[in-house]
Write a protein that binds this ligand. Structure first.
Ligand code: PNS
Length: 160
């Protein structure tokens, strides 16, 4: 049984993230989407809100589940036998930070491998940050996120 862990802030999950989830779920027996704190970002949605949205989105994918990371990624991965970390790459600009994280994770635990999947070119320009930026100025984000996420974005906008 080969398990992959797909970590990220997913604040919020975009169609680009979903593309990576669908690709990884075809390759691995089990995929864990791991909603994580990124200490350098201030979140729009709480970890629990992000987790609940992703659970709804992946509920029809039998081999995908969602979990919350509270701690170091390598510690989580080491608790799952032979799990690999999956990350998405959109462009060369992603590579430097991802390369650093992959090598640091390997340095922390030599058993941990990171695999990169290329996103569809349709989503090469898409990020959670840019979705939040569009939303901040009340632009339409519906084309960039799954409907569940769009509903929550509009709810959050309405509550402000
Ligand atoms: O979607 P993001 O914000 O680019 O994801 C970054 C994330 C959450 C994967 C990264 O910050 C992470 O792995 N955080 C968990 C804590 C950890 O292990 N940090 C060391 C990474 S080398």
């Amino acid at each position: 049984m080969k398990t992959a862990v797909y970590p990220g802030s997913f604040d919020p999950l975009t169609n680009g993230h979903l593309d990576i989830i669908e690709r990884a779920a075809k390759i691995f027996d089990e995929l864990i989407v791991l909603v994580s704190v990124n200490s350098s970002k201030s979140p729009m949605f709480s970890l629990e809100e992000r987790c609940a949205m992703i659970e709804k989105i992946v509920q029809s994918c039998d081999n995908v589940r969602v979990d919350i990371l509270d701690g170091l990624l390598v510690d989580y991965v080491s608790r799952i036998d032979h799990a690999v970390i999956v990350k998405g790459l959109r462009a060369l600009s992603d590579f430097e930070a991802e390369f650093q994280m992959a090598l640091m994770n390997r340095d922390l635990d030599n058993h941990v491998e990171t695999m990169f999947l290329m996103t569809s070119v349709d989503y090469a320009f898409l990020s959670s940050s840019i979705v939040k930026e569009i939303n901040r100025y009340h632009g339409d984000t519906a084309r960039y996120v799954p409907p569940v996420v769009q509903t929550e974005i509009l709810k959050k906008r309405g509550s402000k």
